[in-house]
Design a protein around this ligand. Sequence first.
Ligand code: NI
Length: 266
Amino acid sequence: MFVDSHCHLNYPELVAQMGSIRLAMQDAQVDRALIISTQLETFQGVCDLASQYDNFWCTVGVHPDEDHVLEPTEEDLLSRIAWGKVVGIGETGLDYYRLNGRSYAEMEWQRDRFRVHIRVAQQAQLPLVIHTRDASEDTLRILAEEGEDGRVGSVGGVFHCFTENWEVAQAALALGFYISFSGIVTFKNALQIKEVAKNVPLERMLIETDSPYLAPTPHRGKTNNPSFVPFVAQEVAKLKGIDVEEVAQVTSLNFENLFKKTKEIF
Ligand code: NI
């Protein structure tokens, strides 16, 4: 019924509990999950989990916050798509929140890495999983410059764990992207995100846990896992004044429409 469109199930604290997590997912009617790559070094683990379980898939990419890891070339990413059940490219994007004393000019490596991911996504015709923090202007600009404007030839994707305002959401929607909400939308003081969730059309929305981080209320502060994604759906339903079943159904359909390869047999 529910789909977790973004989780990091390969992180050691989650791998160690995979049996109980899968049982909890079953109990919570979370029937599918997408495992998101953050480094080339750990991609094999991501890939293995997706291969091992028929309701898991994965992406390939290097997270913008990973600054002491292998720098991926287009060839590195393209060749890994064939390793297994890869249905998207990312997570990629820009993060100026963790500048750690660096200037914007010194973050050119992040912008270059982002462009590499976009070009790979276009060559492979796979959607992008976008992370953006304190960098929405450059993120939107680079997407548009690389031809991701919602027109023929663009692959689109999702702005994951959305924490920006409605103007940024509208700009992302205009480029043809989906918007994904995490457990943050359940936090009492996340008023701006609640407002955005109210406004984003359900037909353009995904839900996620981003586990092991950001467990939704009432599990805030605990280790997150995909079985908690219904709490995100419930909050979205409440904000929109609709049934949680409708949120589950439409966001699951959106997931299939975006990550089309999840419907193929690997
Ligand atoms: Ni993530």
